[in-house]
Design a protein around this ligand. Structure first.
Ligand SMILES: Cc1cc2nc3c(=O)[nH]c(=O)nc-3n(C[C@H](O)[C@H](O)[C@H](O)COP(=O)(O)O)c2cc1C
Ligand code: SF4
Ligand code: SF4
Length: 269
């Protein structure tokens, strides 16, 4: 079976999900026809196509054991008629809890048939020089595994005649999914005197949550805590303030240092 179009669709503020998906696509070895980067709200506002004889590798990071809210809303609005999906989540070496199941379920509700799925590890959004959490992942080993996963998907595609040959895919997770505990706006970023006004953080922020007219302060009611601005700041002038989120970073660096490995799941056929 040969899908006509290959798509990469991802929400990825700090680019680890994007890097994993790109490597899976390389392993599949087909030209990717479209990249649908849904990280920024502007792109999520554009209506997606109806996916027909396509394969969509769809990915998102794990936020508190679930999908990021904006990504989940976008995935829930997709429409597919006979298209294949490869749901992938990327997490910061704590756990992916119900996020992969949530993504697979959303893909199924949108009409996709899940061919394979994966949970990979990326540097934690809250990782810093002070608190290392899955630092520099995905590394070469992770990327090799993503590539090998892509190769496996290509072999399955070669071996199946039609969609009817694909059996339901099972992935870890529980339903009802882990409860989302609403978090009030949190002022967790400090801009130090090293800020030179370059504006890189404004371009990196997926939520337009940085006010350049107010010394690059964070608009806390829009912020999703993705830390893309902190990681992108060239002089390292954006840092986590002392407070609850920095406390979480410290705890994670102490409790989640044992290396976790990628897991992949293939549908029977
Ligand atoms: C608000 C928030 C919640 C997170 N929750 C989890 C989690 O529950 N488990 C985990 O292992 N990593 C968690 N992470 C880390 C991200 O899943 C991880 O860093 C991922 O690689 C980020 O993907 P990206 O680079 O595509 O943005 C969280 C990150 C953020 C910002
Ligand atoms: S301001 Fe908030 S939403 Fe914007 S990049 Fe920084 S952490 Fe992410
Ligand atoms: S990226 Fe850093 S240095 Fe540049 S404007 Fe933002 S806070 Fe200032």
């Amino acid at each position: 079976m040969k899908p006509k179009n290959f798509h990469l669709m991802y929400f990825s503020p700090t680019h680890t999900t994007r890097r994993i998906l790109e490597e899976i696509a390389k392993g599949i070895g087909q030209e990717t026809t479209t990249i649908i980067d849904i990280t920024k709200s502007e792109t999520r506002d554009r209506k997606p196509p109806v996916f027909g004889n396509d394969l969509v590798i769809m990915g998102a990071p794990v936020y508190s054991g679930r999908l990021p809210k904006h990504a989940a809303q976008y995935f829930a609005g997709l429409k597919a008629e006979g298209a294949l999906a490869v749901p992938v989540v990327v997490y910061g070496n704590r756990a992916y809890d119900d996020a992969l199941l949530e993504l697979k379920d959303l893909a199924g509700k949108s009409g996709f048939i899940a061919l394979a799925a994966g949970a990979f590890i990326g540097e934690h959004s809250f990782c810093s020089n002070e608190f290392g959490i899955a630092e520099n992942r995905p590394d070469k080993e992770d990327l090799d595994k993503a590539f090998a996963f892509g190769r496996k998907i290509a072999r399955i595609l070669d071996g199946i005649g039609s969609l009817k040959d694909i059996k339901p895919l099972t992935v870890p997770g529980h339903f009802p999914y882990k409860e989302i505990v609403p978090r009030g706006p949190m002022d967790f970023i400090e801009v130090t005197d090293d800020c030179d006004g370059c504006g890189v953080c404004v371009a990196a922020c997926p939520e337009n949550a940085i006010d350049e007219t107010k010394k690059y302060a964070t608009l806390t009611e829009r912020c999703i805590y993705c830390c893309a601005c902190i990681k992108a700041c060239p002089p390292g002038a954006r840092i986590m303030k002392e407070g609850p989120l920095k406390g979480v970073a410290k705890t994670l660096s102490e409790n989640c240092s044992a290396r976790k490995e990628p897991e992949t799941f293939m549908a029977g056929h």
